[in-house]
Write a protein that binds this ligand. Structure first.
Ligand code: FAD
Length: 823
C-alpha cells in the first residue's frame, strides 16, 4: 500500500512537471494527495492536524502571490541584485541586439517541430535567379583565380569594373537607391558561387554587402546620408571598407583606443561642428582601395559642445579617403589570398557631425549598431563561402576519387577514402541545410544573433574539416598549386574564415552559449531585466514571475530528461513518419537534456560560468548541434524527402547525436559540484550513452553519393560554378567523371576476365587489345576505355613551372624599428 502510494505520488509529480502544470494544479494535486494519505492511512487527528496546518502554511507561502513575494521572492531578489554584475546601458543594448528565433525553441526542452517544418523555405525571385545565371556566371568566368592569386595579386581591372558596373557592391541596397535589393538567400548564393571559383573575388564582393557603410546607413543613416551615399555605393562609385580592428583591439573590439574629440573645424571651406579623429587600424578589407572609410572610435566631448557628458562611447563615422590626415594604401599579404586588405591611420582628421553615421542621434551607440548589423551579416557571408568550399570539395574531390586509380581500382573504393569522402559530403549537406534555414529566418525579418554565431563558427569549422579531407584525398594534386588545382586556395583561405567576424575560439567559448543562455533561455533575460528595473517594486513583481516560471521550467526538464532518457525518446511525439521520425524523438531528448544541463551549470556556477569557457563551449556545442540537426531534418522535408539523400541525412544526424552526447558527458565530468554532476548524468543518461560514431555502412552509402553521377550529387552541389560554357578545369573533371561512370562496367568485365585467367597481358593497354581480340569487349567499348585514359590523364596531371621563385610584388614592408630592452 505504502509502495503504491509512493509510486503514485512520484508519477503525479512527474506528470505535473513534464506538462508544466500551473500553480493551481500543483495545489490541487497536493491537497488531493494529502487527503488520500489522511483517509487512506487512517491517520490520527493529532498527527493529521499539524500536517494539514503546515501544508496550508506552505501552500499560502508559495501559492498566494503577495505573501510569496514578501517572504520568499524579496530576499531572493535582494541577493540576486547583489551578486549580479552591474550592466552598463551599452552592454544591455548589445545583449538585447538582434532577435531570438528557432534557437529559443531549442532551449525549451520541448521544441515545437511543427513550427520548424512550417517555416517557408526561402526561394529566389526570377530576377535573382537571372542574376546568378547571367552576371554572376560571367563574373566567375572573368575571375582567373591563378592569375589573381599568383601573378597579379589582385583582381583584373576588367573584373573590378564588372563588379562595380553590375551592382555586386549593392546587393543589399534597396532598389529605390539603385541597388539590387536582394534577399539574404540571393546574396548568399552569389557569394557561394563566387567562392567556388575564386575566394579572392568572393571576399571582395562579400565585404561591402556585409558589415560596413552600406548596411550601417541602411539601418541608421540620416535621410541625407542615405540619398547621397547609397546610390553611389550601389553604382560602385564609392568603394567602402569598415575599420574597427587595430593593434590593441582585436577580439576585444570594445577596447579600441582610437578617439574622436568634438570640436569646431574647417570642412570644405566652412567652419562647422565636427569631430577631430586619431586612429590606427589594421587588417581592413578593401582598405587599400577604398574611397569611403567606415570608422569606429570612442567619442569624447571635452568642451561639452553636444551635451553635458564628456565620454560619449563608441561612435561610427564615414570618412572620405581623401580627407587630410588619412594614411591608407599599404597592403597585408593575407596567406596569398590577395583580396585588398591593409592598415590605415588617421592623424587629426576632421569631419563634420553630419559624417557621423545617423548624425548626432546615434552618438555613443556604435557598439549596439555593430552588434545588430553583425548578427545579420555574420549569418550570410562566411557561411556562404564555407558552403561554396564544401560543395567544391564534394563535387570535384568526389570526382577525383572516382577517376584516380591506385592498385588498379578507383581510390574512392578504398574504405579509408570512403570515410573522408562521407564526411565531406555529409558535412556539406549539413552546412547547406544550416545555411538555408538561417537565410529563411533572415528573409522573414529575423536577425538572430545566436544563430548567426552558430553558423559562423560551425560552418567555417566544417569548411576546414571538408577541405582538409579533400587535401588528403587529392594528395599531391591538392598540394601542387597552379591553374589546375581547384582546392589549394580554399585550403589556404581557411584561417581567414576562422579569424574574421568573431574569431572561432572566442565565438565557441564565449559567444554561442554566453549569449544563448541569456537570449534564448525563456527566463534568464527576464530575471536580469527585473533585477535592473529602477522601479524596485515592479522589478520584484517581474522577478517573482520569472523566478517561479524558471523553477517550473527546471522541474519540467528534470521530468522530461529522465522520461526521455529511460525511453530514449521512443514514446515522444514525432511530426513525421518514416526514416527520419526517430531523429525528431532523439532531438527532443537532447533538447531537454541540454536545457536541464544549462540550468544546472548556470545555477551552480552563476557569473563564474563566463570564465569557465570550456564548460560554456560544450553547452554551446550541444545547442549548435541541435540547430544543425534540425536544419538537416527540415531540408529533407522541404526537398520532398528524396530517398537518395537519406545516407547524408543519417550520417549528419548520427554524427551530431554522438557529438551532443559526448559534449554533455564531458560537461558532466568537468562540472565542479561532483554529486550534482553525477545526479545530472543519471537523469540525462539513465540507461547509458547510446550513441557512437557513424557506422561503416552509413559512411559507405554517403560516400557513394559523390562517387557516381546522380540527382543526389547534383542536389548536394547545386549553385556552384561548373564552367559549362567554356574550357574550365571544372569541365575536365566533369567529363572524366561521367566517362568513369560509363566505363565502370567495362572495366569490371576486364578485371574479372583477368582474375579468371581469360586475359594474360600485364599492362592495361595490352589487356584492352587482348580483350577485344578474345571477344570479351567490343571495339566501341575499347574506344570508350581509351577515351577514359585520356580524360583521366588530364585530370590527374598537375602544373609545373620552368621558373619558380618570382617573389611577391611587395613594394612596402612596414615594420617598426624593433625596441630592445635589457632584461
Ligand atoms: C584577413 C582579415 C580581414 C579582416 N577584415 C577586417 C575588416 O574589414 N574590418 C575590421 O575591423 N577588422 C577586420 N579584421 C579583423 C578581425 O575581425 C580580427 O582579426 C579578429 O577580430 C581577431 O582579432 P586578432 O586577429 O587581433 O586576434 P586576437 O583578438 O588577438 O585573438 C587571438 C586568439 O585569441 C582568441 N581569444 C580572444 N579572446 C578570447 C576569449 N575571451 N576567450 C577565448 N579565446 C579568445 C581568439 O579567438 C583568437 O583565437 C580582419 C582580419 C583578417 C585576418
Amino acid at each position: 500500500m505504502w509502495i503504491f502510494g509512493l509510486l503514485l505520488t512520484i508519477a503525479v509529480v512527474w506528470a505535473l512537471a513534464y506538462w508544466g502544470a500551473g500553480t493551481g494544479m500543483w495545489i490541487a494535486a497536493f491537497a488531493g494527495g494529502l487527503a488520500v494519505f489522511t483517509v487512506g492511512a487512517n491517520v490520527d487527528w493529532y498527527v493529521a492536524l499539524p500536517v494539514w496546518g503546515l501544508s496550508t502554511a506552505f501552500v499560502l507561502l508559495l501559492g498566494v502571490p503577495r505573501i510569496r513575494r514578501r517572504y520568499v521572492t524579496a530576499p531572493l531578489f535582494r541577493q540576486f541584485r547583489k551578486v549580479m554584475p552591474p550592466m552598463s546601458q551599452t552592454e544591455q543594448e548589445a545583449l538585447e541586439a538582434g532577435s531570438v528565433w528557432w534557437d529559443a525553441e531549442l532551449f525549451t526542452g520541448k521544441p515545437d517541430w511543427q513550427r520548424l517544418l512550417n517555416l517557408p523555405p526561402p526561394r529566389l525571385s526570377q530576377q535573382e535567379q537571372d542574376f546568378l545565371d547571367d552576371e554572376t556566371e560571367t563574373l566567375c568566368e572573368l575571375l582567373d583565380d591563378w592569375r589573381i592569386t599568383h601573378e597579379d595579386k589582385d583582381l583584373s581591372s576588367e573584373a573590378w569594373q564588372y563588379i562595380k558596373d553590375n551592382g555586386f557592391f549593392g546587393l543589399i541596397i534597396p532598389q529605390e537607391y539603385g541597388g539590387k535589393g536582394f534577399s539574404a538567400l540571393a546574396h548568399s548564393e552569389v557569394v557561394m558561387k563566387l567562392a567556388s571559383r575564386c575566394i579572392t573575388g568572393a571576399v571582395t564582393v562579400m565585404v561591402p554587402n556585409s558589415l560596413g557603410p552600406g548596411k550601417l546607413l541602411l539601418h541608421y543613416g540620416t535621410p541625407e546620408q542615405k540619398s547621397y551615399y547609397l546610390p553611389r555605393l550601389a553604382r560602385g562609385e564609392e568603394v567602402p571598407c569598415f575599420a574597427l580592428t587595430g593593434p590593441d583591439a582585436g577580439s576585444d573590439a570594445g577596447a579600441i583606443p582610437d578617439r574622436g574629440d568634438v570640436c569646431y573645424g574647417e570642412w570644405r571651406g566652412e567652419r562647422v561642428l565636427g569631430v577631430r579623429l586619431n586612429w590606427e587600424k589594421r587588417y581592413i578589407t578593401l582598405g587599400p582601395v577604398c574611397t569611403l572609410l567606415g570608422l569606429a572610435f570612442k567619442l569624447y566631448d571635452p568642451e561639452r559642445l553636444l551635451g553635458d557628458q564628456e565620454e560619449l562611447g563608441v561612435t561610427l563615422a564615414l570618412v572620405p579617403r581623401d580627407t587630410p590626415g588619412v594614411t591608407i594604401g599599404d597592403r597585408h599579404v593575407t596567406l596569398d589570398i590577395p583580396f585588398q586588405n591593409g592598415p590605415n591611420q588617421g592623424h587629426d582628421v576632421f569631419v563634420p557631425v553630419t559624417q557621423l553615421v545617423g548624425g548626432t542621434k546615434y552618438v555613443g551607440q556604435g557598439w549596439r549598431m555593430l552588434v545588430e548589423c553583425l548578427a545579420e551579416g555574420r549569418g550570410i557571408s562566411l557561411p556562404a563561402l564555407s558552403v561554396g568550399a564544401g560543395k567544391t570539395a564534394s563535387r570535384f574531390t568526389g570526382a577525383y576519387a572516382a577517376i584516380r586509380r591506385q592498385f588498379n581500382v578507383p581510390i574512392g573504393r578504398f574504405e579509408g577514402i570512403e570515410e573522408s569522402l562521407a564526411r565531406i559530403a555529409a558535412l556539406t549537406y549539413q552546412m547547406d541545410a544550416a545555411r538555408t534555414l538561417t537565410l529563411g529566418g533572415l528573409d522573414i525579418g529575423e536577425s538572430p544573433s545566436v544563430v548567426s554565431a552558430i553558423v559562423k563558427y560551425h560552418l567555417t569549422e566544417k569548411y576546414r574539416r571538408c577541405i582538409n579531407d579533400a587535401m588528403d584525398i587529392q594528395g599531391g594534386s591538392g598540394i601542387c598549386l597552379g591553374p589546375s588545382n581547384l582546392i589549394g586556395r580554399a585550403y589556404q583561405a581557411i584561417p581567414i574564415a576562422i579569424t574574421v567576424e568573431g574569431a572561432n575560439i572566442l565565438t565557441r567559448s564565449m559567444i554561442i552559449f554566453g549569449q544563448g543562455a541569456v537570449r534564448c533561455h525563456p527566463w534568464v533575460l527576464k530575471e536580469f531585466q527585473a533585477a535592473q528595473n529602477p522601479d524596485a517594486s515592479r522589478g520584484l513583481s517581474e522577478f517573482d514571475h520569472a523566478i517561479f516560471g524558471h523553477v517550473g521550467f527546471v522541474l519540467g526538464n528534470v521530468a522530461r530528461s529522465l522520461f526521455l532518457g529511460l525511453t530514449r525518446g521512443r514514446l515522444s511525439a514525432t511530426p513525421v513518419d518514416g526514416p527520419t521520425g526517430r531523429y525528431f524523438q532523439q532531438l527532443h531528448w537532447m533538447s531537454a537534456a541540454f536545457a536541464l544541463s544549462a540550468d544546472v551549470a548556470m545555477m551552480t556556477l552563476g557569473g563564474s560560468l563566463k570564465r569557465k569557457e570550456r564548460l560554456s563551449a560544450r553547452l554551446g556545442d550541444v545547442l549548435s548541434e541541435l540547430y544543425l540537426t534540425s536544419a538537416v531534418l527540415k531540408r529533407f522535408e522541404d526537398q520532398g524527402r528524396p530517398e537518395d539523400d537519406l545516407p547524408l541525412v543519417r550520417w549528419a544526424c548520427d554524427n551530431s547525436l554522438y557529438h551532443m552526447q559526448e559534449s554533455l558527458r564531458l560537461l558532466f565530468r568537468n562540472l565542479p559540484f561532483r554529486p550534482l554532476a553525477w545526479l545530472l548524468r543519471l537523469v540525462v543518461f539513465p540507461s547509458g550513452a547510446p550513441y557512437t560514431e557513424t557506422s561503416d555502412n552509413v559512411d559507405r552509402e554517403a560516400a557513394r553519393i559523390v562517387l557516381k553521377p546522380g540527382d543526389a550529387r547534383d542536389r548536394l552541389t547545386r549553385g556552384i560554378f561548373l564552367g559549362d560554357s567554356g574550357q574550365f578545369r571544372q569541365q575536365q573533371f566533369e567529363q572524366a567523371f561521367i566517362q568513369a561512370a560509363k566505363v565502370a562496367p567495362i572495366e569490371k568485365t576486364l578485371r574479372e576476365a583477368w582474375r579468371s585467367g581469360l586475359l594474360q597481358s600485364k599492362t592495361f593497354a595490352q589487356q584492352v587489345e587482348e580483350a577485344v581480340s578474345e571477344g570479351i569487349i567490343t571495339h566501341s567499348e575499347a574506344s570508350e576505355l581509351e577515351k577514359m585514359q585520356v580524360l583521366r590523364h588530364q585530370v590527374i596531371m598537375v602544373d609545373s613551372f620552368a621558373q619558380y621563385g618570382k617573389q611577391y610584388a611587395l613594394t612596402v614592408q612596414r615594420s617598426d624599428k624593433p625596441a630592445i630592452y635589457a632584461v
